[in-house]
Design a protein around this ligand. Structure first.
Ligand code: GLC
Ligand code: CA
Length: 536
């Protein structure tokens, strides 16, 4: 394994840094900040989609896999970004959205025009089944004027590809190899565990079709084929599969090195702990016991089964974890460092979401006009229809919308927080005081730097196994990492109150490896305190 001591930084390109005044972040902006990211210590940058797209789903609706959307720049800008990255030992990971294409993609357009070869690239039926789209409504839409329907598990303009067609597979292999030839060594595969739909496309009133298209055994075959014909040929490649409603058993199969599928997986159960009765569009304090149990089960079973997790608290589809799990009015800094420790000292590959390293919080948008995401706008309408007032609906969006992490990166205290000079594509957040200029070398940034370096220095962090600890605690999420004779006990207080605990006897003589407070009283954690005790 070549990636277990690496740390990946996620950039949402549209919102990182704009250099030409059009209000949209671009590749030149990313290149100019590579030295900043090198100082932080990260190894790879994952970019959300940068390909041509009508942007109905912010680039996840791709209309050309082998080009760069002019809003982000040119191939010359891209090459320069890769070149500067190499100079600073930073590699790039691109988003591969291989489950669907935009209905503006040439393949779909040709299919619509009657070309049978391309019609077989999609999943087209005379009658819809009862599957539901993840963005609301039926998963089927009329296929032009033909009287038939095409499948779209996501937005209507995101047509699912027919992976059972080997011409589709050949084209997609070609896409991955195209980007490898351009110097890309990392790939994040979007919703990759839904590419293999069951052949029969049966109705499933219980779960809207999920079990007919999720984690089907054929996905493993497809991944092995993709691995062999593309990234598996590079020793240093890093791949992560975004897994929708997956199981641990499948995640072990997706990532066990001898299976030659992927390096690691993203799963999302830990971020559904504030969904009231499973419904995202509700306001709820996260259920700590549930969170703790999920982290333990995934940590332990993946460790025992030799699988590998991608570790993260925030991404472009999630509100900022700091706002979600921490009382940021009183404990923003300690909360941010505690969340960082709980992730970076665990077993798996940590992902830092842009702005996390300076403790950015949700933007607190005050008006529905500020939201851009189709999912949020649909949810707002749905909430009003279900009887919520505008204020209630807005409050729910302020906590749950994906736009919460998509607000522009805050660089300094100048206009638009230094993100752009023109009109930003999405509103700035309402906490401009939190920016790189004011936080750089501050407590949160320095703590991230330390954690990233520790993973390189301490094999117990990059390689140790994961053993749950304090499994019944109401406040502390704790685990033990173990490697040879060494042991590391990591304690994280998720509450805004101090808590006492009994140090396991074997750790009585342990040393402090890192803590986010200057002082540590054995058996006692201050609000949001993290401490890691090492036994050599
Ligand atoms: C993934 C992406 C998300 C996108 C969806 C459809 O979940 O992370 O942003 O909307 O796939 O492509
Ligand atoms: Ca721009």
């Amino acid at each position: 394994m070549t990636f277990n001591d690496k740390v990946i930084y996620q950039i949402y390109p549209k919102s990182f840094l704009d250099t030409n005044g059009d209000g949209i972040g671009d590749l030149l902006g990313i290149t100019s900040k590579i030295p900043y990211l090198a100082d932080l210590g990260i190894d790879m940058i994952w970019l959300n989609p940068i390909y041509p797209s009508p942007q109905h789903d912010n680039g996840y609706d791709i209309s050309d896999y082998k080009a760069i959307d002019p809003i982000f720049g040119s191939f010359a800008d891209f090459d320069e970004m890769i070149r500067v990255g190499k100079k600073y030992h930073i590699e790039f990971m691109l988003d591969m959205v291989l489950n669907h294409v935009s209905t503006e993609h040439e393949w779909f357009q040709k299919a619509l025009a009657g070309d049978k070869y391309y019609q077989d690239f999609f999943i087209i039926r005379d009658q819809p089944n009862d599957w539901l789209s993840k963005f609301g409504g039926s998963a089927w839409a009329p296929f032009g004027e033909t009287g038939k329907y095409y499948l779209h598990l996501y937005e209507t303009t995101q047509a699912d590809l027919n992976w059972r067609n080997e011409n589709v597979r050949r084209e997609l292999i070609d896409v991955v190899n195209f980007w490898r030839a351009k110097g890309i060594s990392g790939f994040r595969f979007d919703v990759i565990n839904v590419i293999g739909k069951d052949q029969q496309l049966l109705d499933n009133p219980v779960d809207g079709g999920k079990s007919e298209y999720t984690d089907k055994p054929i996905v493993h075959d497809y991944l092995q084929m993709l691995n062999q014909s593309t990234f598996g040929q590079d020793n240093s490649s890093i791949t992560v599969g975004e897994m929708s409603s997956t199981t641990i058993e499948n995640s072990i199969l997706y990532t066990r090195p001898d299976r030659h599928e992927l390096s690691m997986v993203f799963s999302f159960y830990h971020l559904k702990t504030d969904y009231e009765n499973g419904d995202k569009w509700t306001k709820m304090t996260p259920d700590f016991a549930k969170l703790r149990d999920i982290l333990h089960v995934w940590g332990k079973k993946m460790s025992d089964g030799k699988g590998w997790n991608a570790l993260f608290w925030t991404n472009h589809d999630q509100p900022r974890a700091l706002s979600r799990f921490v009382d940021t009015d009183h404990f923003r800094v300690k909360g941010a460092t505690m969340l960082a420790a709980s992730e970076h000292l665990s077993r798996g590959t940590p992902f830092v979401y842009m702005g996390e390293e300076i403790g950015m919080v949700n933007p607190d948008y005050q008006s529905i006009e500020d939201f851009e995401d189709i999912e949020a706008i649909n949810a707002y309408k749905m909430l009003l229809k279900s009887g919520k007032s505008e204020t209630e609906a807005l409050q729910i969006l302020q906590e749950k919308a994906r736009d919460n992490s998509r607000s522009p990166m805050q660089w300094d205290s100048s206009k638009n927080s230094g993100f752009c000079t023109g009109k930003p594509w999405i509103a700035l957040g309402n906490h401009p005081d939190i920016n790189v200029a004011s936080e750089k070398n501050g407590e949160i940034y320095s703590f991230y730097k330390k954690l990233i370096q520790l993973r390189k220095d301490q094999e117990i962090i990059s390689k140790g196994s994961y053993i749950p600890a304090f499994e019944d605690s109401d406040s502390i999420y704790a685990f033990i990492r173990s490697l040879g004779k060494e042991k590391l006990l990591v304690l994280n207080n998720f509450k805004d109150q101090a808590v006492s605990f009994k140090t396991p006897q074997e750790f009585n003589k342990a040393d402090i490896l890192i803590s986010n407070y200057d002082n540590y009283i054995p058996g006692y954690l201050q609000p949001y305190q993290s401490i890691a005790l090492i036994l050599k």
